[in-house]
Design a binder for this molecule. Sequence first.
Ligand code: 5GP
Ligand code: ZN
Length: 114
Amino acid sequence: MTDCLFCKIVAKEIPAEVVYENDRALAFRDINPQAPTHVLVIPKEHHATAAALAEADSGLADEVLKAAHAVAEQEGVAEGGYRIVFNTGPGAGQTVFHVHAHVLGGRDLTWPPG
Ligand code: 5GP
Ligand code: ZN
């Protein structure tokens, strides 16, 4: 997608603080962090939402989840607990329509999230 912010980050056209990368997934720090650890994990391939990713049937959703786990380990939040959030659709607050998992940790996380 030529007009997608996160595709541009994948293409290195827009800078980001990358913390993890493999063939199919990329993870970088959120520009407006909501917790000491706030990393966005995306598939390099463009899919708009988690729903679209789930329907793609490519094994890519699995790759994103594995990358999120690797990020949590690397950030040192895996043991204490962390949250993986996919805001899916405008009603859930999704603003960037290239699917991304928020990996949040490093502080006490309350429930419900609001
Ligand atoms: P959403 O609201 O779609 O679930 O999350 C989008 C996230 O992307 C937000 O947390 C926002 O701070 C982050 N974001 C928006 N633009 C950029 C950017 O240019 N770089 C980075 N690293 N994060 C961004
Ligand atoms: Zn994209």
